[in-house]
Design a protein. Sequence first.
Length: 279
Amino acid sequence: MVTAAMRVDEAIRIITEPAVYVVGKQSIDDAELSRFLGDHGVSWESDSEIAGEVLTETAGRVCYMSFAKPRPGGNAAYLNHIKEVGHGSVLEHAVWNFVITGVSRTLTHELVRHRAGMSYSQLSQRYVDESVAEYVVPDIIANDPELHAIWLESVTHAHAAYVKLAEKLNAKLGDPQAAAAAMLPPDADRTTRRKTARQAARSVLPNATETKIFVTANARALRHFLEQRGSAFAEPEIRKLAGKFLDILQKDSPNLFGDYVRVPLPDGTFEVTTPYKKV
């Protein structure tokens, strides 16, 4: 049985579960918000203490200058109405910063297609040595010993080929003629040679290679991600990541993400749904 993170040997570690770290959130300058309200002759205070929720409500109220006579129900009712009427642009003002690890390059190829409202900085295989590496195995393979053995054999061969290529290329680029053929200056430093060797050697690494990625996203973009990648039709690994995001976001901001529910699927996993789609 493959656990969430299992070391095969000193050089290879197998992963089945992603990890998401919330490394940044917004804060509110209460004095400036009060100054803005005072300059316009109104006094208003949200009942939410979550910055993203307060800023989203503030943005919505600016559109109509509806601070003086807010409807009853507080922030939760206000944001629920925003979702009902599809006024999604104001959700773009709530922002989170995440570090995601334990995911494959297959997943990040799909993740970075979500461009509007999301920004990325990903681990570089040109600069980072993959000779001690991690690989993400799909659950459908991890749960079958025979399939997992085939998968592991393939990953092990690819990993060994990468290590050999990186070592031999690095040594070869120490020769001025070989360096010139690779379009390197004759006095190229060790760092440049290593980068050149790794960028060529990485061509044999599989899509299963683990990667790390820093993501900044606003609430509207995150809702779109949850609906697209939390769907029953999404690729299983990224659907699992959508579930991790949902756990964090519903705890962190229930008024912005509390409308999502999990619906069980026949394989024991779940999909993410909401009555307020495409906000």
